[in-house]
Design a binder for this molecule. Structure first.
Ligand code: FES
Length: 317
């Protein structure tokens, strides 16, 4: 855990603030790579993940961008209303679940709204190593678009296309055109709302991009549909102990209550911290961390949110 001070809070766009953190000790912060995120421990006790959006070479600061979500479950609201310049916060060391492939032939970056945060960091890194890349930044309107000036002032501004929903149809994103001509070694990175990411990923698959070239990071869990969660059992392989998971509880909650230590962070199926091996049974994957191929293997799942299609899951615990 790192102790940091909020050294700057800046309004970046309608509903978006950026925050710059520096170590209270005055020392450098741990190094990170583009695509990394940190856990921020909020004053209200919640823990939320935010992507770092400053240049990875700047180790005096970490910068994050936070959109106030009208449907906030307490995270973005607390960041906007309870965190000010001068405050002290606890954060985790950066972790990267969305790394760049530095040797890519071509990289195509897509950001939807506040999904710009890891994508901007990636663009800055790709520009620094003189890589072949383009970036597409989609947003509802310019006043809701964070970091526009920073991008326009950057030396990679010519590789960036902005697409605003409220402007002319000609400047909207033509995904099939942008994604045409896939060649081995091309990589795609997308971050944004679930619907935006699904749109980009489907367009890429249709254009012939293989799954291994598609990289995504969700920043909020899709709302779980009600009525889908029945009860089931889990069995701990080490002891044979069986535990019932009632419809309204998660596997992680039941495990923790039973004294089985499961590392947790996002508790929404985004970060992958809780991934646990499944030895028998068929999980009902509800996470957005595992790729479709990994989910299809059914040999691991995320106990913070995923459930079971079979009556019992045997876990490697
Ligand atoms: Fe983040 Fe389970 S705690 S995926």
């Amino acid at each position: 855990m790192l102790q940091v001070k909020v050294v700057r809070k800046t309004r970046e766009a309608e509903g978006v603030f950026s925050y710059e953190f520096a170590a209270i000790s005055g020392q450098s912060l741990p190094a990170f790579s583009a695509g990394s995120h940190i856990d921020v421990h909020l004053p209200n006790g919640l823990v939320r993940q935010y992507s770092l959006c400053n240049h990875p070479d700047d180790l005096q600061h970490y910068q994050i961008g936070v959109l106030l979500d009208p449907a906030s479950r307490g995270g973005s609201k607390a960041m906007h209303e309870q965190v000010s310049e001068g405050d002290h916060l606890k954060i985790s060391e950066p972790r990267n679940l969305f790394p760049l492939t530095h040797a890519a032939r071509r990289s195509v970056l897509f950001a939807g709204g506040i999904g710009i945060t890891p994508i901007l960091c990636m663009a800055e890194r790709l520009a620094q190593i003189d890589a072949n890349f383009t970036m597409h930044y989609c947003s509802r309107s310019e006043d809701r678009t964070a970091f526009v000036e920073r991008i326009k002032q950057s030396h990679f501004a010519g590789q960036v296309s902005f697409h605003f929903d409220d402007l002319s149809p000609e400047q909207r994103l033509q995904a099939p055109k942008v994604l045409s001509g896939y060649t081995e070694g091309d990589h795609l990175y997308v971050c944004g709302p679930g619907g935006f990411m699904e749109f980009i990923l489907s367009a890429a698959r249709e254009a012939g991009w293989p799954e291994a070239s598609l990289h995504r990071e969700y920043f909020a869990a899709a709302p779980q549909q009600a009525g889908e969660s029945g009860s089931f059992e889990i069995q701990l392989a080490s002891s044979g102990r069986r535990l019932v998971i009632p419809a309204e509880r998660t596997v992680a909650e039941v495990l923790l209550e039973a004294g089985v230590d499961i590392p947790l962070s996002c508790e929404q199926g985004i970060c992958g911290t809780c991934v646990t091996r499944v030895l028998e049974g068929e999980p009902d994957h509800r996470d957005m961390f595992l790729t479709p191929e990994e989910q299809a293997r059914n040999d691991q799942f995320t106990p913070c949110c995923s459930r079971a299609k079979s009556t019992c899951l045997v876990l490697d615990l």
